[in-house]
Design a protein around this ligand. Structure first.
Ligand SMILES: Nc1ncnc2c1ncn2[C@@H]1O[C@H](COP(=O)(O)OP(=O)(O)OP(=O)(O)O)[C@@H](O)[C@H]1O
Length: 517
């Protein structure tokens, strides 16, 4: 298959807002893709190279040759070229890499160059496309969507599932291949995620008629811990293996009375009185290999789910049954919870936990299975103050005390159909350290500079608090944030995981002020 086919499909998908049309375009392309090409094509459609690192910088892309008139590049040849670039190291490697990239770009048409540039810079990365791609894979392979989704949950990624289903040869063989993706102890699955509600009553009402569990929401880092005998591995929300950095978590899980287990929870550092330490401290602790800091700030695990125990896969069981197992295997290391569907009782629990320094609650449907990777309605988070994870689209040069710094940031919500919708600006909440950090970071993300405003590659996620939402004729989404202020820059989230304009509109719709409980 020619790269031009992938590039044309990728642009056509971005250009239409219709989900059905997008899906049809993807199905058509997948049907034309050879089995050996699926791993590459599936990645490129999601905006990613197969190589985690090519060593190519944004700068080197600036000076690429003009486009070729006719398409000639085969996707497998393109993948091989990136593989060669990724493999280069040592003196002279940078020049050799640029030479390879120059040859590649010179052979590419204008459309192909846009695709290649986006793949290298990461601009095309689109987590939102994953769901659509799975849908298209199901249709192209002639198997039920559920089977594809289940497999992707287990695999923690789209591409291996697409390859297995489309490479199988027949729908029957594809189904058998998909059934081969099971929870394997030692291999992380994507964590289940939560929707949000403005207050406890709304969250509980949303689960009307179902049994409800209300968990304390701890503000630490998500950990998925796999134990097989004495072998314990700890994975983050983005499935990175941090085992070596958190020996104290390993020790706790190794001491539990089970042989194999997969636990989901939050790790947190506490102060001497048992209150949670600020998130920043927990996060920097889990990111460090510095033994001294590690010893000074001990992390503790608080589990809220169990996916597997001693050979039994529990993901399909209702939460209430999983929790019974969790309490038996991880006693003493479990998140506080109350079982109630009474809004007043849930509200009391929320108030108590927030006073004790926790972040809020997660209201959970006790009859729901564990839905890896999904942000469905089975878990709903409620926080006392309203926050959104937005993407920084541009930044303005500071003046006065902020002369020489990049200061006022433009905030965008993700548009599920592609791109970002600006919701406002803020220069509030930033500490001097954050200002120094963002000046450096945004310098690296800069794509255009009119002397006042610097436009950025939309990659940096920022968590902002705000007092409410107001209608706006100034901003394209028709809504604007009131009194937005920066809480922190999030290193654990990609732009593809930022909050969407739909979420913002839903908050605006619910009573308007969005300040929460
Ligand atoms: N009891 C709990 N049950 C589930 N998740 C919990 C719990 N306590 C804390 N959490 C954290 O809350 C997150 C769920 O919220 P969400 O799925 O929206 O992820 P997020 O966007 O990282 O959330 P946030 O930024 O609000 O922490 C989980 O990823 C987990 O880290």
């Amino acid at each position: 298959m020619l790269l031009a086919d992938v590039a044309a499909t990728s642009e056509a998908v971005a250009a239409t807002r219709s989900r059905l049309a997008k899906r049809a375009l993807l199905v058509d392309l997948l049907r034309r893709t050879g089995p050996d090409e699926v791993p590459v094509v599936a990645r490129y459609l999601g905006g990613e190279l197969r190589q985690r690192r090519t060593g190519l910088g944004w700068r080197s892309l600036g000076s690429m040759p003009g486009p070729a008139a006719e398409p000639s590049l085969e996707v497998l040849a393109v993948d091989a070229a990136f593989e060669r670039m990724a493999g280069l190291s040592g003196p002279g490697s940078s020049a050799a890499r640029t030479a390879l990239a120059t040859d590649l770009f010179a052979a590419a048409t204008a459309t192909e160059q846009r695709l290649l540039g986006g793949l290298v810079s990461g601009d095309l990365r689109q987590g939102a496309l994953d769901a659509l791609l799975l849908d298209a894979v199901a249709e192209a392979a002639g198997v039920p969507l559920d089977a594809v989704r289940r497999a992707a949950m287990m695999a923690g990624a789209t591409e291996p599932v697409a390859s297995a289903a489309l490479g199988a040869g027949s729908p029957e063989a594809a189904l058998a291949a998909l059934a081969g993706f099971t929870l394997t102890v030692g291999r992380p699955v994507r964590p289940m995620l939560a929707a949000s509600a403005p207050d406890v009553a709304t969250a509980v009402a949303g689960l009307a008629g179902r049994p409800v569990v209300v968990d304390a929401k701890l503000d630490g880092i998500r950990v998925q811990v796999h134990r097989d005998g004495d072998d314990v591995r700890v994975f983050t929300r983005s499935l990175d293996d941090i085992t070596a950095r958190v020996p104290e978590l390993v020790a706790v899980v190794r001491a539990l009375p089970v042989r194999t287990v997969v636990l989901d929870g939050e790790a947190l550092a506490l102060d001497a009185s048992g209150r949670p330490r600020p998130f920043q401290e927990t996060a920097s602790r889990s990111a460090t290999r510095d033994a001294e800091l590690a010893a000074a700030l001990e992390l503790r695990p608080f589990f809220f789910d169990v996916l597997h125990v001693d050979g039994r896969d529990l993901m399909g069981l209702p939460l209430s049954e999983r929790l019974a197992v969790l309490d038996a295997v991880a006693a003493g290391h479990v998140v506080d919870r109350v079982v109630t569907d009474d809004p007043a009782t849930a509200q009391d629990a929320f108030t108590g936990w927030v006073a004790a320094g926790q972040e809020g609650v997660i209201v959970k449907d006790a009859s729901a299975p564990y839905e890896a990777g999904r942000r469905g309605g089975a878990w709903v988070k409620v926080k006392p103050r309203h926050t959104l994870d937005l993407v920084v689209l541009a930044v303005e040069r500071g003046s006065g005390r902020r002369q020489g710094l990049l200061s006022n940031i433009h905030l965008g919500a993700r548009d599920p159909a592609g791109g970002f919708v600006m919701l406002g600006k803020t220069f509030k909440g930033m500490t001097d350290e954050m200002l120094a950090w963002q000046t450096e970071r945004f310098g690296q993300l800069a794509v255009e500079d009119d002397g006042w405003t610097v436009s950025l590659r939309p990659e940096q996620v920022v968590e902002v608090a705000f007092d409410g939402l107001q209608r706006s004729t100034r901003y394209p989404g028709g809504v604007a944030l009131r009194f937005a202020r920066v809480l922190r820059y999030r290193e654990d989230k990609d732009a593809a995981e930022a909050d969407t304009i739909d979420t913002v509109r839903a908050l605006a719709g619910r009573g308007g002020d969005g300040t929460g409980g």
